[in-house]
Each structure stands twice: as C-alpha cells, then as structure tokens.
Design a protein around this ligand. Structure first.
Ligand SMILES: Nc1nc2c([nH]c(=O)n2[C@H]2C[C@H](O)[C@@H](COP(=O)(O)OP(=O)(O)OP(=O)(O)O)O2)c(=O)[nH]1
Length: 134
C-alpha cells in the first residue's frame, strides 16, 4: 500500500501581490518542479507550528501561518500526498534559499508559467481564481 504523507505549504504574498514560488533542487524528491515552500508535518504537530518550523529551516525567515487555503490529496507513483496550503505572512527577515534551487515572486496571473508539482495545481488554480485582474 502506498504511504500517505501530510505536507504543509506556505502561500506567502508580498506587498506587490506577488506569491513566493520555490524550485525544488535536482537532488530532492519531485525534483526540478515548483512548489510552495513547506514540508512534512511531524507527529503531534499542528499545521501552523509545522509550517512556521519548516519555513524557518528552509528559508531562514519567520512567518505567521494563517488559515488553510487549499486542502488536496494527490496520488504520485510511489506515495500519496495530503497537501495543505496555508496563507502566511512574513514577520521577520527575507526568504533565502538553502535547499531550493531558486525562489521567485510571481503575480497570480503568471503562476501557470511554471512547471508546478502536480499536487500543487489545485492551489495554483484557486489562487489564480481568487483575484481576477482586469
Ligand atoms: N514542501 C512541499 N512539498 C511538496 C509540495 N508539493 C508536493 O508535491 N510536495 C512533495 C514533495 C515531497 O515529496 C513532499 C514534501 O517533502 P519535503 O522534502 O518538502 O519535506 P521535508 O523537508 O519535511 O522532508 P524531509 O527532508 O524531512 O524528507 O511533498 C509543495 O507545494 N510543498
């Protein structure tokens, strides 16, 4: 039976209404695909605490994790991911990549120009629908 992993991911928006997008490195699982930064929820951890910990570890900055924005389960070839995307606000420092190959800020309308990890597509679609620019 495939293992299910519970993963939290941060949707961080800057003052220009751009969203932080992170490119997974070639040596990571699901390599060379874009994602919302985050990681696995540990046993007994609440979603917000897990996300704040992961962002501190991966991006060396602090966030305030907020409400759940999108909750989606996706089946990969080798495992099942329960991906929970939470809105988050930067509270201290600026994101710096240590594990990712690249970080970029992108406006909602341009999000689809990236090659997203398949599990992230519903969250990307919901973000693009959230604010329709004229
Ligand atoms: N963080 C994150 N992981 C995602 C997203 N979409 C997606 O399919 N994944 C997959 C990639 C990985 O297989 C898994 C999360 O693993 P991870 O490597 O980011 O988490 P972690 O830091 O806790 O992992 P580890 O080093 O402890 O193994 O979920 C996403 O938007 N964010």
């Amino acid at each position: 039976m495939k293992k299910t992993v519970k993963v939290v991911a941060a949707i961080i928006e800057n003052s220009d209404e751009e969203i932080l997008c992170a490119l997974r490195a070639p040596d990571m699982a699901i390599p060379n695909m874009w994602e919302f930064p985050g990681g696995k929820v540990e046993e007994g951890e609440d979603l917000q605490t897990a996300l704040e910990r992961e962002i501190q570890e991966e991006l060396s900055c602090e966030i305030d994790a907020q409400e759940v924005f999108n909750d989606h389960t996706h089946e990969y070839e080798n495992f099942i991911i329960h991906l929970i995307a939470l809105k988050a606000k930067l509270t201290k420092g600026h994101p710096r990549a240590s594990e990712h190959s690249k970080l970029i800020w992108l406006s909602r309308k341009n999000l689809k120009s990236l090659m997203w990890a398949p599990a992230d597509i519903p969250a990307v679609d919901q973000l693009m629908d959230e604010k329709v620019t004229t």
